[in-house]
Design a protein around this ligand. Structure first.
Ligand code: AGP
Length: 617
């Protein structure tokens, strides 16, 4: 979703802003803009354009981009079309101030009509311009205020919704102001300079000292002074400076054509990193530091509720299977967006686990707040260290997948499954629900999974050839049973989000209850038919598909002969326990989607309309 970058210091701001916006491109956006104040010009120069950052650069051309203070923004449209007027920055009506905003001002309509009655004329359809004018109105009309830092705090008290904002003042080229509630914002501290961004990627090449603003905090960042932080209620806060543990290489493509492909190939390493230090090599005992102090509560819990969205929700479904099967704890998996609005029954004996790659998904965060209000223990399984969900939960476990830049989640999914597997196995031992011998075998297969994935990735060329056969179809059906059902859902999601081919995931047995009507010679069907997961029943489903002329791609276990004799194309995964198999069966489906999307000429890393981190409802 929207990306924010801001700089104040002694360097030229423009290249820093542009590079920062390019690093934030992965978040998804449809227009971009920058605002700059040249030294002693007492004027904010704003350039904005619909389309990509490259379109903005074409538009700016040789125009003046001087100045050592500036703000930059990539906009993912919510209120109003993705055109130039609606792009950020938004100036105050007298052009004294300019603002960039990520989030949604929910009460923008009433604020707008109040401001219109006062004579303000809006140039855009955005809620963000309403916020800019509200700040301006407080600044101009409250005789006790008349300083911008204070006006921002006062104005934000009137706002319902989510925001991360930066505001600049044409008469002050030394400082700007940043505030957040619900939307992510990081401050980078350099030498007589400050950076602000939606995440650390625009900042890491300049500094590793950062401050994560908390909800309701507003920072004054003057290049000649220390950071000042106050809450919107005017309470002073001591800034908490943290060290950023991220490398520049981790956010670059490293020789791959696309981030998605790089991230697919990084999965063996990401799983190793996720397992590191968590399994005792001598005893096979699992240690999960972030939940250590909550184990007795989890053992006694009535149930675990997993809340998540998209791919993370699919991982949650796999978690449900693993935790119920291995640890015998009752699990429910909920879409966070549904959970938050249906007045759910939650008690103090529930444990709520939020799964989120970004740790910033608005629906998941809001669902978590509801769980907290009801007194449930809350845990997070997140990838981005220091993001909002890990900070809002009582405990949790990081996935350590490294930065995931491709909008289509790949390594986040397999590392989420890895953490859920560790969790299920840990409680299987505490509750004595799995015999030690089986436990040791599962641990052994989990720790060798990265090597097996490396072998599996060698089938890339075969998968690319299969992709060529199917690149022009309009629909795909994905089928699986048991643990393979969420894998089918995830395979279908991968294909639709990056190739724009309509794809459905279904439990294989449900096919007879409707989707079978879709099957004809045109319809490709992907069946995950690995050994042990109701294999014979899935084979029957495969016969039903073939009898109706469907074209079949099957994911099978190494050495399979039966499905191979019926399917049009087969991709083998290593022999393993069914609990381990999702770590393997998803890999060919990720590659299939990648190649089909590429062959169709789609933007694999930044698919249309999608945002990497969905920070608004
Ligand atoms: C996955 O490929 C998607 N881009 C999307 O479904 C994603 O998983 C979802 O938005 C949840 O994001 P989160 O894991 O960061 O919370």
């Amino acid at each position: 979703m929207c990306g924010i970058v801001a700089y104040v210091g002694n360097r030229r701001a423009f290249p820093i802003l542009i590079k920062g916006l390019q690093r934030l491109e992965y978040r998804g956006y449809d227009s971009a803009g920058v605002g700059l104040i040249a030294q002693d010009h007492n004027k904010i120069t704003v350039y904005k354009q619909s389309g990509k950052v490259s379109d903005l650069l074409d538009y700016i051309g040789e125009k003046d981009t001087n100045g050592s203070i500036g703000i930059g923004h990539t906009r993912w449209a919510t209120h109003g079309a993705p055109n130039q007027q609606n792009s950020h920055p938004h100036d105050s009506s007298d052009n004294s101030f300019s603002l960039i905003h990520n989030g949604i001002i929910e009460n923008y309509a009433s604020l707008k009509s109040m401001l219109e009655q006062k004579g303000y004329i809006f140039k855009s359809d955005t809620d963000s311009e309403v916020l800019m004018y509200l700040i301006e109105d407080v600044y101009n009309n409250d005789s006790e205020v008349n300083d911008l830092y204070k006006s921002i705090r006062v104005a934000l008290n009137e706002v319902v919704g989510a925001y991360a904002i930066v505001v600049i003042d044409k008469n002050n080229s030394n400082e700007f102001y940043a505030a957040r509630k619900g939307s992510p914002l990081v401050i980078g501290i350099g030498n007589s300079e400050y950076f602000v961004a939606s995440d650390a990627s625009p900042i890491i090449e300049y500094t590793d000292k950062v401050i994560y603003l908390k909800d309701g905090e507003v920072a004054k960042l003057n290049k000649n002074e220390k950071v000042v932080i106050k809450t919107i209620q005017n309470e002073s806060k001591t800034p908490y400076v943290e060290n950023l543990e991220q490398s520049l290489e981790s956010i670059e493509k490293g020789g791959y054509d696309h981030f998605m492909l790089k991230e697919i190939y990084e999965q063996p390493k990401s799983i190793v990193d996720t397992l590191r230090g968590r399994i005792d090599p001598k005893t096979n005992d699992i240690k999960l530091g972030g939940i250590k102090y909550h184990e007795s509560t989890i053992i006694k819990a009535d149930r675990i509720i997993i809340i998540a969205c998209g791919t993370s929700w699919h991982a949650g479904l796999i978690g449900e299977y693993l935790i119920e099967k291995l640890a015998r704890i009752n699990v429910e998996v909920e879409y966070a967006s549904e959970f938050r609005y249906r007045n759910p029954i939650i008690t103090k004996k529930d444990v709520v686990i939020a799964i989120s790659q970004s740790g910033e998904t608005a629906d998941t965060l809001a669902a978590l707040e509801i769980a907290k209000e009801h007194g449930a223990l809350t845990l997070g399984i997140c990838n981005v260290v220091g993001s909002s969900i890990p900070r809002a939960t009582d405990g949790g476990t990081y996935t350590h997948a490294g930065p995931e830049i491709g909008v289509a989640s790949t390594k986040a999914f397999t590392t989420q499954i890895t953490v859920l597997m560790l969790f299920a196995l840990r409680f299987s031992q505490l509750k004595k629900t799995v015999e030690r011998e089986n436990y040791d075998l599962l641990i052994s297969q989990l720790t060798t999974a990265p090597e097996n994935i490396k072998t599996l990735l060698k089938q890339n060329d075969i998968i690319e050839k299969i992709a060529r056969k199917f690149k022009d179809v309009s629909n795909f059906l994905y089928l699986g049973r048991g643990l393979n059902f969420p894998v089918a859902l995830e395979g279908a999601l991968k294909l639709k989000e990056i190739s724009y081919i309509h794809a459905e995931g279904y439990p294989a047995a449900e096919m007879k209850h409707g989707p079978i009507a879709l099957i004809d010679e045109e319809m490709p069907i992907v069946v995950i038919a690995t050994r042990k997961d109701n294999y014979e029943k899935v084979v029957s489903n495969i016969h039903e598909v073939k009898a109706r002329g469907g074209r079949l791609i099957a994911i099978v276990t190494e050495g399979d002969a039966e499905v191979k004799s019926i399917a049009d194309y087969c991709i083998e995964i290593p022999k393993c326990f069914r609990e381990i198999s999702p770590l393997f069966s998803i890999i060919p489906l990720q590659l299939l989607s990648y190649h089909i999307a590429l062959l169709r000429g789609c933007n694999v890393d930044q698919p249309r309309n999608l945002a990497k981190s969905v920070t608004v409802e």
